[in-house]
Design a binder for this molecule. Structure first.
Ligand code: HEC
Ligand code: HEC
Ligand code: HEC
Length: 228
């Protein structure tokens, strides 16, 4: 009695498997056993792999072209129009006040400075599609000074007229722009109060923060804080 009762529930799923459909057979891992389930389960698989193959081929072919386009400054505002217009237009403007001008002249493209991480691009896309990104009055995105650090701006491989490391550049800045030898914008009583971005603008003007209090001669194209 007890034996029969134990067998009956045990036999029921086995017998039911072929008619239960590919989904439940696959879920229980029994797909390999009932031959009747096999063809039904395999067909969609084969079709799925063909689709994956076609999509992969498209990605490889289109991707190569896309990647080249993606690296051009024009990509940024072709895709996101309004928030990127300012950055892309000023890239080629030749405006001597902007740090981007010297970089553009050296062929430093957007993505050499801005890491195109997938997560960033996805969140940018979502912000753009939902029209939800912070913009300043003159149309710039209101974020992002934090990565303009010594490690980033003075990294090797970026050759500057004044030296290859931050220390070397600083050593060459005493008496900068024809000022008295005692003045160095990178070494002063203000060091702890200033960030690189307080003076160096990439998409903004270069500002000599010292002139909030001093009246130092400024390098060409630089502005005093009062001109801001
Ligand atoms: C030399 C490095 C450099 C290049 C080249 C550069 N940027 Fe930037 N970008 C910066 C820095 C540094 C900031 C932070 C704010 C600042 O200094 O203006 C910034 C800020 C931004 C911001 C504000 C939001 C954010 O992500 O911080 C946008 C948008 C932007 N850049 C877009 C562009 C586009 C588009 C290009 C190409 C046309 C470009 N950038 C080229 C360095 C660069
Ligand atoms: C008080 C303003 C000020 C601050 C803060 C400042 N700089 Fe400078 N920096 C200058 C001036 C002025 C020059 C000389 C620019 C020129 O002669 O065109 C200069 C030159 C440079 C140069 C050389 C550019 C070239 O054309 O060779 C680099 C690179 C640089 N600074 C990076 C930095 C970094 C990185 C920081 C932050 C760690 C920083 N600066 C902080 C004012 C400043
Ligand atoms: C908040 C105001 C302020 C800022 C900003 C400032 N300084 Fe000064 N600085 C002073 C004052 C005040 C003195 C003392 C002047 C005196 O003794 O006559 C001084 C003195 C100096 C001295 C000593 C020699 C002298 O002129 O008397 C140097 C060098 C100097 N500053 C360099 C700089 C540099 C470089 C910067 C920019 C990185 C800078 N300062 C930014 C206020 C400032």
């Amino acid at each position: 009695m007890t034996n029969d009762q134990e067998k009956a529930p045990g036999a029921a799923p086995e017998g039911a498997a072929p008619t239960a459909g590919a989904g439940s057979a696959a879920q229980t891992g029994a797909a390999a056993q009932p031959p009747a389930g096999e063809p039904a389960a395999r067909k969609p698989h084969r079709r799925a792999w063909t689709t994956v193959g076609i999509v992969a081929a498209i990605i490889v072919v289109a991707g190569a072209g896309f990647w080249v386009w993606h690296e051009q400054p024009g990509f940024c505002n072709a895709v996101c129009h309004s928030p990127m217009d300012y950055y892309v237009e000023s890239y080629d403007s030749g405006d001597p006040h902007l740090g981007i001008t010297a970089h553009a002249a050296d062929g430093v493209t957007c993505l050499k400075c801005h890491d195109a991480e997938l997560t960033t691009q996805i969140s940018e896309l979502m912000a753009w599609t939902s029209d939800n990104y912070p913009v300043t009055e003159d149309g710039r995105l209101a974020t992002g000074k934090e990565f303009a650090t010594e490690q980033f701006c003075a990294k090797s491989g970026c050759h500057h007229e004044l030296g290859d490391s931050y220390d070397e550049i600083t050593a060459n800045l005493w008496g900068f722009a024809g000022n008295d030898e005692k003045y160095n914008p990178h070494a002063s009583h203000q060091d702890l109060a200033l960030e690189c971005g307080d003076c160096h603008g990439i998409h903004e003007a270069n500002v000599l923060a010292c002139n909030e209090c001093h009246d130092l001669t400024m390098p060409e194209g630089w502005e005093a804080p009062s001109e801001q």
